[in-house]
Design a protein around this ligand. Structure first.
Ligand SMILES: [Zn+2]
Length: 232
């Protein structure tokens, strides 16, 4: 009984609402309501080999498949929910969006090629401040839908980087190059790894990690992000 009183009180003090429209008509484990989830546009990239995310890496990184589940545009529902996922401690949102990604993956024709899922790491200080790494939550959701194992804590981000917005692509690449380490490379040997992140823009950080993965013998690499930023 005391539990339910605490739940009632906390729901009054901290109402659980949809991160997109604000309705309180949603399941406790969800971050957005079903109606809003349906309005998130799907790219369909998983079934299109030469899509816009693949084009980012073409000639730069040997990827088998690269895709994003949706588009990131300004003033959109995607921008709003990603902002809340990053800055408003909405863990349930990350898990739900990961499940949505996992649902798309589970029906794509190359899902069976993937051996393990790897979340892009956050710098430990940023993770401590945010309370979680949103890419890990996305991976948890993907795992729930597909059953593919997550290789967690394998990737380490060693140093904080300078602001990306003020640098040119070449400088960004230089800064990223030695930021990541793979702690037990043998765990990825001869495997096809799916690298997961929330947003892909220039692809610089994914490229830096991807290079490290592909340096391990026998590895194959694919990339799947929640959202792709359209060029302005
Ligand atoms: Zn809603």
């Amino acid at each position: 009984m005391p539990d339910s009183i605490i739940e009632i009180l906390s729901s009054l003090l901290f109402p659980h609402t949809c991160a997109a429209c604000g309705t309180n008509q949603l399941l406790a484990e969800n971050g957005i309501c079903t109606a809003c989830l349906w309005t998130i546009p799907s790219t369909g990239f998983l079934e299109v080999p030469e899509n816009e995310v693949d084009a980012i890496f073409r000639g730069r990184l040997q990827v088998e498949h690269a895709a994003a589940a949706t588009y990131f545009t300004r003033q959109s529902i995607v921008q709003s929910i990603l902002h809340q996922l990053k800055y408003s401690y909405r863990k349930e949102l990350g898990l739900q969006l990961g499940q949505w990604m996992g649902h798309q993956l589970s029906t794509c024709n190359w899902i069976k090629e993937i051996d393990s899922i790897l979340p892009m790491p956050l710098h430990p200080e940023r993770k401590a401040k945010r309370g979680y790494n949103q890419a890990e939550l996305l991976c948890d959701g993907i795992h729930q839908q597909t059953g593919i194992a997550i290789e967690s804590n394998l990737l380490e981000r060693t140093t904080a980087t300078l602001s990306q917005t003020t640098q040119h692509r070449a400088e960004r690449w230089h800064n990223m190059k030695d930021v990541f380490q793979i702690k037990q490379p043998s765990l990825l040997e001869n495997k096809h790894t799916l690298l997961v992140d929330d947003v892909v823009t220039t692809g610089a950080t994914l490229e830096a990690v991807g290079e490290k993965i592909l340096a391990i013998p026998g590895t194959k690499l694919s990339i799947f992000c929640f959202a792709y930023t359209l060029p302005h």
